[in-house]
Design a protein around this ligand. Structure first.
Ligand code: M6R
Length: 662
């Protein structure tokens, strides 16, 4: 087994139950007058991009709620022995997509107007009915949904098993249900207090929804590390991991802070308290999101919709911020901090995944334009590698969701060292947006497809504006060249529209390459991060292996991979200062039998056309703005190839939109 372990090592290394559960799931909970199951399932459908392994609901059913139907196989009463009890908890849960759960709920009689629900993304404990949330206490009277990770899982489990509790699943969440039960039983206390006391024993991150059959009019939510937002409607409340699950019921929301607990009591409103029981006041805000933004409309997938939205996304991102006539850039959130930023010896940008690629583009832009040294860090490395940080450093977090655990931890570390922290986030009210000293929102609208597209271009657009603003703040904006750059930036949405007109060509090209098993992406300068991003997009959604490299690095290793089966995507604009070098790289690929797909500009180049299997042209623009155009054909190609290979484009296997645990 030791020799064969490289072939699979899930169960030989440690039984699942001894390993920590990690999940980045979606929670929704409802308390009101409508049937909770319908609202919860609709909410889960909106949250499904956060996790799609399995889903479930728990509804408090009072005697007046229950219909006459028989219980189905899938749907169990969790409190069969609640003799004479007024209410019981009905659970319906299913492995697989929310659609499965929706069907199961339709065929069952989960009736009631208060409940909790969950859609799961798991790396531990198979996605079975048994491991699906909600999880219940041993008497079936307490149900819990949880997003996060119980870090002292092993110790708690041993303790609870020692007390005689039997585990019904492999999950860490179940422990929370038993803990609440244990505290409540021993001290005969109300649910609210029992949850509070139970949570003192839990180490790690949680976003939590809790209900109890003995207190059937109470819904409890709590958070530490995982997001929770409370929607406040007319006589109804929706608690959810993000706004998309709330918007159909209400636009009035309050964002819970880390360490907050909310207790919703039917007929008596809600109260937010700290986990220590201190009453808190939290601002109620109006959601800016529209329902249309979270619907697919005429598009086959969210990803395609989001790729096609990019011209408007860039317009929204620049609206009210950029004025190329006056040469003004207004980034309100940064204004009070600009002097500190230009005086900083360096800017450190932390991010993960696609946001890291945008950060790398940001490094090239800020160093080129504003001449301030920039370092780009993987947030997951930065947080643990004990970096040298000075108070004078500026640490920027780039994150679409604003909830990525590693990026958030990088910010906490920077704060501990007294650095100025800046957030570049898309999700309004997200944790990173709130934890940083200042920041810039992307205004890209909700991004539902797990593969990030429009957020990437909006992140780069924000990076451009920041670089230009810093240049201006340093007093280097007097030249005609500065205004020319602003003008070029303002002209980008129309240029992106033009690239999108190439859709058909990219579709045909994708048809040719859809069966390839490996791709290489090459770029130089500002287009190197685009090569990385192109490769990541293809990997994520089509499961084709792809690598991104700086073009010059090819001969230091990856060239060994090139043969007639290896398509090589070269981002090679002809008016690039490195154009000749890129042409040489193309020659090197061709000499080894590789096929080249070139992403170039509008400059005529017959030689390129002749040599490459495909050339996709994007409009000419300033060199530093090229990534905003060259990435679009790569996004489209990944999309078409994945769709042709019948992959689940919006919900690729094993991924989740918001990585809220490390
Ligand atoms: O929400 P964030 O931007 O912080 O997320 C970071 C990454 O998890 C994310 O970009 C991931 O790589 C996407 N799946 C990319 O398409």
């Amino acid at each position: 087994l030791q020799r064969l372990e490289y072939r699979g090592y899930d169960s030989a290394v440690a039984p699942p139950s001894t390993r920590a559960a990690k999940n980045m799931c979606g929670i929704v909970a409802y308390c009101g007058n409508a049937q909770a199951a319908d609202i919860l399932v609709a909410g889960l459908q909106r949250l499904e991009y956060r996790g799609y392994d399995s889903a479930g609901v728990a509804i408090i059913q009072k005697s007046e709620d229950s219909g006459g139907k028989q219980e189905s196989k899938r749907q169990k009463s969790a409190a069969p022995k609640a003799d004479g009890a007024e209410a019981k908890i009905k659970i319906c849960k299913q492995a697989g997509k929310v659609a499965n759960l929706a069907k199961a709920c339709e065929n069952s009689d989960v009736k009631g107007t208060l409940g909790i629900a969950h859609t799961r993304w798991a790396t531990h404990g198979p996605p079975t009915d048994r491991n699906s949330h909600p999880h219940v206490s041993c008497d079936g009277k307490i149900a819990v949904v949880h997003n996060g990770i119980v870090e002292n899982f092993a110790a708690l489990k041993t303790k609870l098993e020692g007390l005689g509790y039997k585990m019904a699943s492999d999950t860490d969440t179940e422990l929370i249900a038993h803990l609440i039960y244990d505290v409540r039983k021993k001290k005969a206390m109300p649910l609210e207090e029992a949850v509070r006391q139970a949570l003192t024993q839990v180490h790690g991150a949680f976003g939590l929804g809790v209900v109890c059959a003995d207190e059937p009019d109470i819904l409890i939510g709590a958070r530490r590390g995982s997001p929770l937002i409370l929607g406040i409607g007319d006589d109804e409340y929706v608690l959810a991991s993000d706004a998309s699950a709330v918007i159909e019921r209400t636009r009035r929301v309050t964002y819970l802070n880390d360490g907050d607990m909310v207790v919703i009591t039917r007929g008596a409103g809600y109260q937010i308290k700290s986990l220590d029981g201190v009453k808190l006041i939290r601002e109620v805000q109006e959601l800016e999101m529209s329902l249309q933004e979270i619907q697919k409309g005429e598009f086959k997938h969210f990803m395609l919709k989001e790729i096609c939205e990019q011209p408007e996304v860039l317009e929204n991102c620049m609206r009210g911020r950029l004025n190329h006539d006056t040469g003004d850039i207004n980034l309100g959130g940064l204004t009070p901090y600009l002097q500190r930023i230009i005086a900083a010896p360096r800017i450190i940008i932390c991010a993960c995944g696609t946001s890291w690629h945008a950060a790398l583009t940001g490094e090239y832009m800020i160093e080129n334009l504003a001449k301030i040294p920039v370092e780009v860090e993987y947030a997951s490395e930065f947080r643990y590698r004990n970096p040298v940080l000075y108070k004078s450093d500026v640490v920027v977090a780039v994150s679409q969701s604003g909830e990525t655990a590693d990026t958030l931890a990088a910010i906490s570390l920077a704060k501990k060292h007294g650095c100025l922290t800046v957030g570049i986030c898309n999700t309004v009210g997200s944790t990173i947006a709130r934890e940083t000293d200042c920041g810039v929102y992307l205004h890209a609208g909700p991004e539902i497809g797990v593969a990030s597209t429009k957020a990437f271009t909006a992140q780069i657009c924000v990076m451009c504006m920041i670089a230009l603003k810093l240049l201006k703040e340093k007093g280097d904006d007097s030249t005609a060249d500065f205004k020319k750059k602003l003008k070029a930036l303002a002209a980008l949405p129309d240029k992106v529209r033009k690239v999108l007109e190439e859709k058909e060509k990219v579709l045909n090209m994708s048809r040719v390459f859809r069966y390839a098993s490996n791709f290489l992406y090459l770029g130089r300068g500002f287009n190197f991060p685009v090569a990385l991003e192109g490769a990541l997009k293809l990997k994520e959604i089509s499961y084709i292996h792809a690598e991104g490299y700086p073009a010059a690095e090819m001969k230091h290793g990856p060239i060994a991979l090139i043969d007639q089966f290896m398509p090589v995507v070269v981002i090679a604009p002809c008016n690039d200062p490195n154009a000749e070098k890129l042409q040489s790289n193309i020659e090197e690929v061709l000499a080894r039998g590789g096929s080249v797909i070139a992403i170039s500009d509008e400059t005529k180049n017959e030689d390129l056309e002749r040599k490459c299997e495909y050339v996709v042209h994007v409009p000419n623009t300033e060199e530093f703005l090229m990534p905003l155009l060259t990435v679009i054909p790569l996004q489209l190609m990944s999309y078409y190839i994945a769709d042709m290979r019948q992959c689940n484009v919006d919900q690729p296997r094993n991924l989740a939109k918001s990585v809220t645990v490390e």
